[in-house]
Every structure is written in C-alpha cells, then in structure tokens.
Design a protein around this ligand. Sequence first.
Ligand code: COA
Length: 409
Amino acid sequence: MSPHGHPKAIAAIVGAGRTKFGELWYQNPEKLLFEAGLRCIESVDNGMSRRDIQACFFGSFLYQTTNKLGLIPGYMSRELGLNIPISMTEAACASGGAALFNACIAVQSGVYDTVLVGGFEKMTDRSDKMSDDLMFAADPKEFDAGFTFPGLYATMMSRYIYEYGSGDPRCPEALAMISSKNHRHAMGNEYAHFRREFSVEDVMGSTMVADPIRLLHCSPISDGASALIVTSPETAEKLTDTPVYVVASQQASDDVSLYTRESLTSIKTTKLTMTAALAQAGLGIGDIPLAEVHDCFTIEEAIFLEDAGFYEKGEAWKGVHESYESFKGSKHIPYVNGGGELIVNPGGGLKADGHPVGATGVRQAYECFKQLRGEAGSNQVDAPLDTALCHNIGGTGGIATVHILRRDV
Ligand code: COA
C-alpha cells in the first residue's frame, strides 16, 4: 500500500466494449455506439440486460457536423429500446473523459446505480474538412491566423525544444521515440487503427505537417466507439468477481486559447486534475504503473510526464530517450525514473490505436480495465498491475479529465 493513503471506491466498472478504430466507411455513428454498448453489456461476467441500465452518458465532439445528426439520445433510445435519461457531453477530444466524469458523479450521488457510458466519433465522413472542423476546439483568432491543431501543437513542440533541448539532437529523437513506442505497443491490439511499426528514423523522415510536427508525430483521423458499464461498488460485486474500481475522477478547465496561456510547455488542466486525482485516491505518481495518456501529438505525452510529476520540468525527453534505448525490442517499453517504472499507452495510445475524438476518453478506461483484469490478450503487460490512470485532454488543454482505476480497494 502506498505511503500516501488508502484508495476508496467512488464507482466501479464491470463491463467494457469497443469497436475497431480506423476508417469505418460502412457504419453510422449511432450504430458504432450501439455496437460498442452491446459488446460492453455482453461482457459483464454474471450477465446483465440492457433493461438494467438506468441512465446513459455519451461523449462526442463533431457528430452534428460530420453526419448532420442531432439528438443522439433519441437515436440511442431507439437502438436500446429504453426511455431512460440520456445525456451528451461535448468537451472536444475530452468528450469521452467528460462522459465518464459525469457518470461517476451520477453513481457517487446515489441517483443511479447502473449507467452506460459511451464515446464515439465518425471523422472520416468529412476527411476533407476535418482540419478546419477540429478548430471548433480552439480560439477563432487562432483559426483566423491560419492555425490547425498540428500547428498549435507544433508551437508547443518548438517552444519545448527551444527551452529544454536546444542544440541537442536527442531531444527531437526522444519526441520521435514516443511515436515508435506507441506504434510498437499497438502491434498486439486487434482494434487499433494502425498495427504497423515505425522506426525513429521513419518518424523523423515522415512528411512535414507543421514544422516540427511530421505525419508520424500525429494521431490520425479515425472513426470508432467505446463503452463502459459503470455501477456503484456494491452492485459491481454482484455483477462480477473482478470489478475495477474508480478511485479518482477529476475534471478541470482553462482558457480555450493557447496564446493566453501562462506556459506553452505545460498544461494547467493536466496539473490540476493530476494533483486532485492523486489526492482523492491517496496515491503518489510513483504508485501508478500504467497510464493511458492523451498523446494527440507526441509532444503532449512528454508534457504529461512532466506535468504529472513523473519527470522534472524539461527532463522528460531525457527520460524518454534513456528508457527507449534501454528497452527497445521489448513488448512494452516502460519509462524509467530512478526506481520507478511507468508504462504509457500499452494499446498504442491516440497515435496508433487511433483518435476518434469522442471515443478516446472512454477507450482509455477500456484499456485500463482490460489490463487490470489481465484480459488484454497478446497486449497484456508483463508487470503486475494494481492501479492504472487515464488522462484525456480537450483542445490544447482547455479541459482535462483524469481517472484512476484500481483492482482492489
Ligand atoms: N499516423 C500514421 N499514418 C497516417 C496518419 C497518422 N497520423 N495519418 C495518415 N496516415 C497514413 C494513411 O494511412 C495513409 O497511408 P497509406 O498511403 O499507406 O494509405 C497516408 O498516411 C496518407 O493519409 P492521408 O489520409 O492522405 O493523410 P492526411 O495528410 O490527409 O492526414 C494528418 C494526415 C496528419 C494531417 C491527419 O492525420 C491529422 O490531421 N491528424 C491530426 C488529427 C488531430 O488534429 N486531432 C485532434 C488532436 S487535438
């Protein structure tokens, strides 16, 4: 047990389901969400019926734009054959994390006992307009100035290299290693958008998108859906012998604009949610062996490692470089700092598993649930796991959610 305290369950996850992520031309968004939800319900060990679901919380960012759909609760009521409350959350790329956050509040308050949480996005239906559409999650002034999301994160990456790795070729190499690692991690993930390895040289030689961000630093444009059954801890213990407990659920917000931020190399909402989540769980960062991190661009994974306190400010790239060099070739490549080890994005992260934006936050919890129960198949991490963390960001940090999951409390 951590010297910091004793985690207490605020909710539990008893089932998880997802679709493949990728270019799913043949599917409608509501069908994808229903497919993930159905797999999720069917995965509950002791069985449950869709009639046991008392409320739903679904996250999506762009469905009204991509598919000219509205009122997803109406579509899902039809698919599920239920007339229960269904609430939608829109928080850009953190829409899924926000749905899970709201579900945890609903269960923790005692209003609902069993809820279905889902996230979905159908981005490839508007591939040609997607770079512009994603800019709904940025300041219109940034859009007018010609920025895209790769451009915004390129600004953060340039500043990071300038401040902490200027003139040292290992710094940009480390930011490419994050991509190589995550692509390697996705090799055992049957649902991943890309199951293909790329070397550090491949990443550094890939097509320039927004200097210094290249194609293989970016998460892709993906379709997909993911779902969870969240219950009270008491109900969970009736539905399965191996529930996964939620011991922290936090959300924070900040100015949508990147240009008004205090820092271009740190995300305040990550710091706030991480500090609050660790305090809520009574854990320290050294107690977390596995994290699903929002690597929309590889620089964001490095910034997380510093904002979360795993490495000192400006030191993550050195830690990434040393860890990659020590462990390349192994199934999962952990980050090492002193005696601590942290496996980040064991299923490939946003980079390789894919990033259908509204689905991502829920998919992260799916991955942690499977890993904690030892059900991640050929992608199961070898290290023993008791705790896992999910970190989901919207925009350039205008919102973040963090959830900490445990096998035991
Ligand atoms: N990583 C790896 N490969 C990718 C890729 C990615 N991110 N994006 C596309 N590819 C591959 C495609 O599979 C395709 O491969 P193929 O030729 O073997 O079939 C090839 O690259 C070209 O694909 P295409 O769809 O034409 O790429 P694109 O130039 O239209 O889009 C990006 C590439 C990087 C611009 C796009 O993926 C993107 O905008 N990503 C960022 C998404 C984003 O901002 N999300 C929000 C985060 S906050």
